[in-house]
Design a protein around this ligand. Structure first.
Ligand code: TXA
Ligand code: MG
Length: 299
């Protein structure tokens, strides 16, 4: 059963064009050689992701970014402040970046992850590794090797790097417009980015992973500011409920997806997630919960 612990095995699998799920500080990624259209197509097929969704390229070293993306205002300052770490930059693509990586766009998303095992894999591999979150399309992202295993079964190789330290995906900043824009809230909050870039706009580009419905458990999920009164109302209609309470934002983000997965196995009718305080990391948590809850109404 291929949960693996050898960095060398991960490197040789990737060199042979195979996929390996890799730990990062945010969530596990489904990794493949970013210079290989075949490997990227395999990522799409495995996830069940529609074509035209770009994937993030993970880099071994911040100095390598110009091989993938063109320099842009604020790029170097953001990179020196936040890499390695949970910040993805959208830049104009360089010639030679496969269309499969960019989803046919003229931009590319890049980041340098902050996880020692995956950094060692990247250094040994010596190139970019494309890695979307290692979950089936639209589902909850994995934060342990066992979650990846639950998503894809035992055939997929997973490098076990323990539970992810941050637990929600990277912040995405688009530097290709006239003003830097926040494309996805994430582990690094808006204020920390704006301290470097000045005010962030909203991008004209919709990152496909920011579709309204995403990150969803199988059980219907209600995002609530008052979980106990929602519980009483729903239980009075004969339906069963489990509650995910908000907690300290760092802990809450770190355990959010594992908790959604656990609650999803309880067999209740409805999950109620308490809305987090809507600032800093709490805003990113609420963003994910809103998308997870999107299809659902209690009426
Ligand atoms: O923390 C993360 O970012 C994790 C770990 C594995 O690195 N990766 C991740 O990948 O969340 P994924 O594919 O699940 O989400 C990446 C998001 C998608 O919404 C995708 O559309 C967007 O990044 N993206 C990637 N390249 C883009 C581009 N060139 N233009 C616009 N959006 C882009
Ligand atoms: Mg994802």
């Amino acid at each position: 059963m291929p949960i693996i612990d050898s960095i060398d095995d991960a490197i040789s699998l990737l060199q042979r064009g195979e996929l390996v799920a890799l730990p990062t500080e945010t969530v596990y990624g489904l990794g493949g050689d970013a210079s290989s259209p075949l490997a990227i197509r395999q990522i799409y097929a495995t996830k069940g992701r529609p074509a035209g969704h770009p994937v993030i390229v993970h880099l071994p070293d911040s100095g390598d970014y110009r091989q993938w993306g063109a320099p842009a205002d604020h790029a170097d300052a953001l990179i020196s402040a936040f890499w390695p770490g949970p910040l993805t930059l959208i830049l104009r693509r360089q010639a030679g970046v496969p269309d499969e990586v960019t989803g046919g766009r003229d931009t590319v998303g890049i980041r340098m992850p902050d996880h020692p095992l995956t950094q060692a894999v990247l250094r040994g591999f010596g190139g970019g590794i494309a890695a979307p979150s290692a979950n089936r399309f639209g589902r909850v992202s994995p934060t342990t090797a066992a979650h990846v295993h639950d998503e894809f079964g035992p055939a997929l190789h997973v490098l076990d790097g323990g539970p992810c330290a941050h637990g929600i995906e990277s912040t995405i900043v688009d530097l290709t417009g006239s003003q830097p824009a926040l494309l996805r809230l994430g582990s690094i909050d808006r204020k920390s980015i704006e301290a470097i870039t000045g005010p962030l706009g909203t991008s004209a580009t919709v990152a496909p992973g920011t579709l309204k419905s995403h990150y969803a458990p199988m059980t219907a999920l209600l995002l609530s500011s008052d979980p106990e009164s929602d519980r009483a109302r729903i239980e009075s209609t004969g339906r069963t409920v489990a509650i995910l309470k908000a907690s300290d934002p760092l802990d809450h983000a770190r355990t959010l997806y594992a908790e959604l997965r656990r609650l999803d196995t309880l067999g209740v009718d409805i999950l109620i997630a308490e809305r987090a305080a809507d600032e800093g990391l709490g805003a990113a948590i609420n963003d994910r919960l809103t998308r997870a809850a999107h299809e659902f109404s209690t009426d």
